[in-house]
Design a protein around this ligand. Structure first.
Ligand code: NAD
Length: 289
């Protein structure tokens, strides 16, 4: 068994505790045992699991794994501390708020001989899998992915990082991208923001990624993908999967811990995660430059 702690008791942190307490039977996730959680607040036990101090989590020999479920801005420091203490780390996306920091963390994980995993539940949803099947084999002419949602809580960072799940969709669907232009419109009085990034595929097809947020805006992804064979304007409906998204991610992470994920797959994921963070950084630079 591998002992685990959860850092940050918000929506994601609570799901992590629940999934470790009731893992999918017969999956690698059964090999994880939750030993405690860490929070900046002083909290009662959560789902029967007690709070422990950060120092205790870092020093205990029976803690092998940390789940970093805090706001995005504090991921990097938390990941670094646990890697330095030679613990495996699963961090909710985005791993860091810069490409450079993510490279450093990955190098540190390698040096310490531990697994560093970035959660990507958006790639595990049935709607994404259905979309991927629709797109496969088609040649893109141009496309748009327009995300709308409510205002973000503080600590979630620049939209190209907080919205990395949408960028990851585009990269997984259309391959490596480059950034040709990016702008950010803001109206602080109305908590409104709209980031527009112009991206290019490796064969110079144009993709536009928009992240638009304001209190009350419905959470939605609108697509318009024009292919040589027709246009896709809706994400194909798909029935809900039987295994929860965070549970699927937990199983994948535990399979990595058990050495059941091939070095090729690990490398492919690392390349994709770093590519997306690099694009997010370029978008931020262009918006702020
Ligand atoms: P949240 O605001 O509900 O929770 C964040 C929690 O972390 C808060 O309780 C906060 O007090 C705590 N926290 C922050 N810094 C801390 C620190 N240094 N030490 C201890 N605790 C700290 O947010 P969330 O929705 O749970 O998101 C957390 C992370 O999970 C984010 O990175 C987000 O991108 C990612 N994520 C969330 C979802 C989801 O469905 N909620 C999906 C995918 C990824």
């Amino acid at each position: 068994m591998l002992g685990a702690v959860v850092v940050g008791i918000g929506t994601a942190g609570c799901v992590r505790i629940r999934d470790m307490l009731v893992p999918l039977r017969g999956s690698h996730a059964e090999k994880l045992a939750v030993k405690g959680f860490i929070s900046r607040r002083s909290l009662e036990p959560q789902q029967g699991v007690s709070q422990i101090s950060l120092e205790e989590a870092l020093s205990r020999d029976d803690v092998h794994v940390a789940f970093i479920c805090t706001e995005n801005m504090s991921h990097e420091d938390n990941v670094r501390m646990f890697l330095q203490a030679q613990k495996h780390v699963c961090v909710e996306y985005p791993m860091t708020m810069s490409y450079k920091a993510a490279v450093e963390l990955w190098d540190l994980a390698e040096e310490k001989g531990v697994i560093l995993h970035e959660e990507h539940i958006e790639l595990r949803s049935e709607e994404y899998k259905q979309l991927k099947r629709e797109v496969e084999g088609k040649t893109l002419q141009e496309g748009t992915l327009h995300f709308t949602g409510g205002a973000l809580k503080p600590g979630f960072g620049f939209p190209s990082f907080s919205g990395i799940a949408r960028l990851t969709w585009l990269v997984e669907l259309f391959g490596e991208l480059s950034v040709s232009a990016a702008t950010l419109e803001e109206d602080p009085a109305n908590s409104y923001s709209k980031m527009t990034a112009k991206l290019l595929t490796s064969d110079n097809r144009s993709l536009t990624w928009i992240e638009e947020r304001q209190p009350g805006l419905p959470r939605a992804k609108n697509i318009n993908f024009q292919f040589d064979s027709g246009t896709l304007t809706q994400i194909p409906p798909a029935p809900r999967g039987t295994v929860g998204l965070f549970m699927q991610d937990l199983i994948h992470f535990s399979a990595k811990l058990a050495g059941q994920v091939s070095p090729e797959e690990l490398q492919k994921e690392r390349v994709r995660v770093l590519h997306c963070l690099e694009l997010a950084g370029k978008i931020q630079e262009l918006c702020q430059g």
